[in-house]
Design a protein around this ligand. Sequence first.
Ligand code: SF4
Length: 289
Amino acid sequence: MKLRYSESFYSVQGEGNFVGTPSVFLRSFGCNFRCQGFGLPHGTVKQKVSTEVQALLDGGVLDTVNKFEDLPITQTGCDTYASIYPQFKKYMMDKTVDEVVDDVLSLTPEGKWMMDNGQDIHFILTGGEPLLWQRFWVELFNHKRMRDLKNVTIETNASQPLRNPLFNYLSTQGNFQLTWACSPKLSVSAEPWENAIKPHVVARYLEVYGSKMYLKFVVADEVDVEDVKRAVDEYRRFGINVPVYIMPVGGSNLEYAKYKLDVAELALSNGWRYSPRLQVDLFGNGWGT
Ligand code: SF4
């Protein structure tokens, strides 16, 4: 089996409860959502492909840009657009388990997950939507060179059911601490609520023995805050009592700077945790960060 993915890189975890931790990121290709509403006023999304992405395609980006990391950053819609639209699949890697293991381990400082100084390197499955590749993850985790892995975070949009092979592997053989970083999409994303907020799906993730979880919501204004309250209530009704983070919208420094203080205030006044986007602070949110 092969994995199609857009990038792998070594950086600090920028969001959620492991901010600052040295981590290898693997960004799988494909997503069941489009999140075209990010960065736009509520209720204004009509078309099927993001206006910005369509403009790039119309402008011939596929002919003029040769490498994934040279693709332009967009300000609206999904901030990893090139990992979700099939039009960009020419930039993707398509690799076997052995090749992916070689790739991710080559990024770590010592070619292994556990460093001689006692610090382990975290492994982050992100996307796109990584739970579209569940069979591949079982094979990857089973690989002999992955045995010293100590921490895995799955960054998911929390809409994809956890299938039995991965559930069983994680529950019985996964020899690492698993963290579910669930980032459900609110109405600002323009995804239908009933497709995005699925407490029964998320409750199943938490059934993985020993796994931890937090919820992370991207917000910009009071409408989003009301959405967070509604979503958290729905999750609580299914027994999902995990930490809640809110994080400023912001695919660029300017947008992030505009929202971050207000969002920090909203976190404080509502008793939620604030998540920065450390990668935007440090690197301006280019690819590979
Ligand atoms: S769920 Fe994430 S990867 Fe998928 S479209 Fe939305 S922002 Fe992009």
